[in-house]
Design a protein around this ligand. Structure first.
Ligand code: FHN
Length: 426
């Protein structure tokens, strides 16, 4: 007993990690997988012959077609993800070069994709599917060295009678929002943070509109998992950032230089949840270029897949992720652990920076085979392609602008990365 008391006293006296300590992995890892998966995936973009238009969000189908709660719940009962394979999903994320993964544990529709004792409206009790995706993904991530996070819609809930939303009949004056928070939202967050081992990030969405409510959710996370990160959308009432980092709008970029850490969520096609109609897939080149732009401006990239209800990941996303992964295998050094580049966009592409190195991402190969690096005043000591580091490239200067003589052909059709070793940080 004495030993236990001493251990617990030691644990209590351990100082809480600083924000910089908590943010360390996030600042290094840069690239994560977002997964939107729930009963909306079973609708697959269609309800009684009505189709969710391509370009809009299929996970909002309940709201778009005013689907009555009872009808939506019937479809939710049919969620049988028999092909769900947590290890394969995590292996795909890893092969893509992603270092963290965030699953929708509960989206706005209110359905929990894990065994919840707070609400029977969950995959195990409601759909009688006797496996817990949060548990399986958490275990698979731990095994593979991927950081596991959960998305939790804390404010919006279209199933709970007092949850925020249900735009077709939501009348705030007739709702008891506090009751929803106390009997569902907060206890479910506690479940997620106390049953599944380390949760590295809670990704809140459509945040609270008061600092008081926002703080209550932050406090729960800090109480249960002091190392866990909280995204900026925990609160959504103005300019003050209360989470650990800022989120851009969906698919968005910052307007100017940002002081805070930030992340852009983007999806592989135009919907977050699965729609059988949306075939507007991004190409590997588009994904790589977007990632380089985000990382080159100092942000993180959270790229979303929308698996089908049975657990199958649409094959076009798998193909694109594998191609991105092949590029990351060779060029990952130019992404992980980098910081915002002081160089602006160049006619041929963009750049990322790590210590005394600048990585030049050549998206369009200059016709004369010469790369002009505008804005770089450092002395360049060496230049080589990341895909062939032993191939040293000839260097010169023209009017103060460093010039690099490129190989005859691009080494990658989407982005050939040229590393420059400098005399100091750029
Ligand atoms: O309303 C949601 C949407 O369904 C999706 O989850 C995205 C992902 O960032 N977030 C919200 C809108 O910003």
């Amino acid at each position: 007993l004495l030993l236990c008391l001493a251990a617990s006293a030691a644990a209590q006296s351990k100082p809480a990690p600083t924000q910089d300590q908590r943010m360390e992995w996030f600042r290094h890892d840069k690239f994560g997988m977002f997964i939107h998966w729930g009963p909306y995936s079973a609708f697959a973009g269609e309800y009684k012959g009505q189709k969710v238009p391509v370009g809009t969000e299929a996970e909002w189908i309940m709201q778009r077609f005013n689907i009555p709660v009872a009808d939506y719940r019937e479809t939710a009962r049919g969620m049988k993800p028999v092909k769900f394979d947590a290890e394969a999903w995590v292996a795909l994320a890893k092969a893509t070069g992603m270092k963290y993964l965030v699953l929708t544990a509960k989206h706005h529709d209110g359905f929990a994709m894990y065994r919840s004792t707070v609400s029977k409206y969950n995959l195990l009790d409601w759909a009688k599917f006797d496996r817990d995706p949060v548990q399986e993904l958490s275990a698979a991530c731990q095994k593979a060295g991927i950081r596991f996070g959960v998305y939790y819609s804390h404010r919006e809930d279209w199933d709970h009678p007092d949850g925020f939303g249900n735009n077709w009949d939501y009348d705030r004056t007739k709702k008891n929002f506090e009751r929803y928070l106390d009997e569902k939202s907060k206890p479910q967050l506690r479940e997620l943070l106390s049953r599944y081992g380390p949760i590295h990030l809670v990704w809140f969405d459509r945040g609270m509109d008061t600092p008081q409510h926002t703080q209550q959710f932050i406090d729960i996370v800090h109480e249960l998992q002091p190392n866990c990160l909280i995204n900026g959308r925990v609160g959504d009432y103005g300019a003050d950032l209360m989470g650990d980092y800022q989120n851009m709008n969906d698919n968005g970029m910052p307007n100017g230089g940002l002081q805070e850490d930030w992340e852009t969520p983007q999806t592989m096609n135009t919907t977050w949840g699965y729609s059988k109609f949306d075939q507007q897939w991004k190409t590997p080149g588009e994904v790589i270029h977007r990632m380089v732009e985000i990382v080159g401006k100092g942000g993180n990239y959270l790229l979303n897949i929308g698996p089908m209800a049975d657990g199958t990941i649409p094959s076009p996303s798998v193909a694109t992720l594998k191609a991105v992964g092949a590029w990351m295998q060779i060029n990952g050094e130019s992404i992980y652990g980098t910081v915002a580049s002081p160089l602006t966009a160049q006619p041929w592409g963009r750049s990322t920076v790590k210590g005394n190195k600048v990585f030049l991402h050549v998206f369009s190969w200059p016709a004369d085979g010469i790369l002009r690096v505008q804005g770089l005043t450092n002395t360049v000591k060496a230049a080589y392609p990341l895909a062939a580091p032993s191939q040293k490239l000839a260097l010169s200067r023209e009017g103060g602008v460093p010039l690099v003589k490129l190989p005859a052909e691009p080494l990658d059709q989407n982005d050939t990365v040229i590393a420059l070793e400098l005399d100091g940080a750029p």
